[in-house]
Structures are given as structure tokens and as C-alpha cells.
Design a protein. Structure first.
Length: 115
């Protein structure tokens, strides 16, 4: 396996958990699924619809999101929002994320001269 393939695989692993964190954070306000794609992209988090929609369904089945159809506009849209349990999970994930980032910054700073 070459370096590019290795890096690509590692990036995919890093993104998996962070995308969950981002989706839960961005859905504090009800948003329709497709609108989440450009919203996350503006924040530097690229996600494709074929990744987002299964994730939304999974988070909903876990009780972390609710969804509701809005049929008042020109086309029906399904809006998602983080539940109370989803907010609690988000809060815990953010605490762990901050600890991980702090640790990474320490490790990377210690090795700054080697990178």
C-alpha cells in the first residue's frame, strides 16, 4: 500500500467520528437534510449525501435526532433536529474531543521539530 492510500484511509477514520459531532452540533436548530451539506461545507467539513442520509437515519434510530416532514413549500422536506438525549451526547462528545485535541496538540508540539 502506498503513502497516499495510507493517508487516505487514516483521513477517513478521523472523519467518521468528527462528522457525527458536527451533525449533532449543527442540528440544534431544525434543518432539512440537504441543507446540511453546504452548511457543513462552509465550515470546512465536506460530506456527500450518500454519507449524510444514512448517518441521519442511524442517529434518529439511536434517539439522538428527531425528524419531521414539512410539506408546505414547493417540495416536501424532512427536517432533523437534535433531541435532548442528542444534546447530552453532544456535550459529552465535545468534552472528549477537547481532551483529545489538547493531547494531540501536546504530542505534536513536543515533536514539532520532527514533523
Amino acid at each position: 500500500m502506498n503513502k497516499d492510500e495510507l493517508v487516505s484511509g487514516f483521513i477517513l477514520e478521523l472523519r467518521r467520528g468528527t462528522v457525527v459531532l458536527c451533525v449533532l452540533a449543527k442540528l440544534k436548530q431544525a434543518t432539512y437534510g440537504y441543507n446540511l451539506i453546504p452548511t457543513l461545507a462552509e465550515s470546512g467539513i465536506a460530506i456527500e449525501a450518500n454519507t449524510l442520509y444514512p448517518l441521519l437515519r442511524r442517529l434518529e434510530s439511536q434517539g439522538l435526532l428527531t425528524s419531521e416532514w414539512n410539506t408546505e413549500g414547493p417540495k416536501p422536506r424532512k427536517y432533523y433536529q437534535t433531541t435532548e438525549e442528542g444534546q447530552a451526547v453532544l456535550h459529552e462528545l465535545v468534552k472528549h474531543w477537547e481532551a483529545i485535541v489538547s493531547g494531540l496538540n501536546t504530542v505534536l508540539g513536543e515533536n514539532d521539530h520532527e514533523i
